[in-house]
Write a protein that binds this ligand. Sequence first.
Ligand SMILES: NC(=O)c1ccc[n+]([C@@H]2O[C@H](COP(=O)([O-])OP(=O)(O)OC[C@H]3O[C@@H](n4cnc5c(N)ncnc54)[C@H](OP(=O)(O)O)[C@@H]3O)[C@@H](O)[C@H]2O)c1
Length: 249
Amino acid sequence: MTAIIIGGTSGLGEGVAQALVSKGWTVGITGRRLERLESFQQTYGPEKVFTQVMDVTQDDACDALDALLRQTGAPDLFLHVSGIGYQNPTLEPDKELRTVKTNAEGMVRIVNHFIHYALSCGAYTPEHKAHIAVVTSVAATAALGSAPAYSATKKMESTYVTALVQLTHMQKWPLLFSDIRPGFVATALLNPDKHYPLLMTREQAVRHILRGLRRRRRVIVFDWRYKVLCFFWKLLPRAIWERLTFVNN
Ligand SMILES: NC(=O)c1ccc[n+]([C@@H]2O[C@H](COP(=O)([O-])OP(=O)(O)OC[C@H]3O[C@@H](n4cnc5c(N)ncnc54)[C@H](OP(=O)(O)O)[C@@H]3O)[C@@H](O)[C@H]2O)c1
């Protein structure tokens, strides 16, 4: 089995890549940090790990993906994890715009390019579909005042996946999608000086992700506390939600 993980140099992507290689998968991982790609390949072996430097915000990211696909062949799983996020209560423009460029534009660029590859490579059939998964966030289900661009781009990613699922049904494409929505996970994305409610370890999160992917879940929310939270906050009237301040810590 083969997986491509876009954003496998740290955090959730690296954790999933490590777990899959340990289970005997071949993985192709990307990221901007060459030294982290090289170190991962040295640890797990060049016969099991292929790497490619890629910045999803750049036009040449699609060439980088093609170069990786030439090494791995058509993967069973295509996992898009790359993303950035900030709490930005002072609305620093640079942070907001970088977040949009990476999470929204970058994800569309890469997932779109992979779909074109999947539809033309001849490797996928109704019996063997390409499994495309995108790590969004529980933030996709709520607008967070302390992280406007982050929550908006996560909702955009999630909506994009939903639209792709409908399009796939319309076109009868041999594709399968998962929308992975973690709650807070202790990775470099979070500010180590802040307190995050219901924080999970990376190992816990990786276990949830792998279980959801194995079961081909369309939406993977974890853990159960976030499922409950999402259920209730979706019921709140907008006027009440807009006056809440609990997420600004
Ligand atoms: N941690 C959480 O609490 C949490 C909760 C919900 C959702 N998520 C989502 O999980 C995903 C992974 O985040 P993480 O928590 O694992 O944080 P992380 O350790 O900072 O990982 C982020 C990954 O994205 C890659 N990346 C960032 N900008 C990129 C760019 N311009 N081009 C290519 N790759 C880029 C990074 O690689 P390079 O730096 O090497 O490029 C790294 O591999 C994100 O989409 C995030 O929104 C995280």
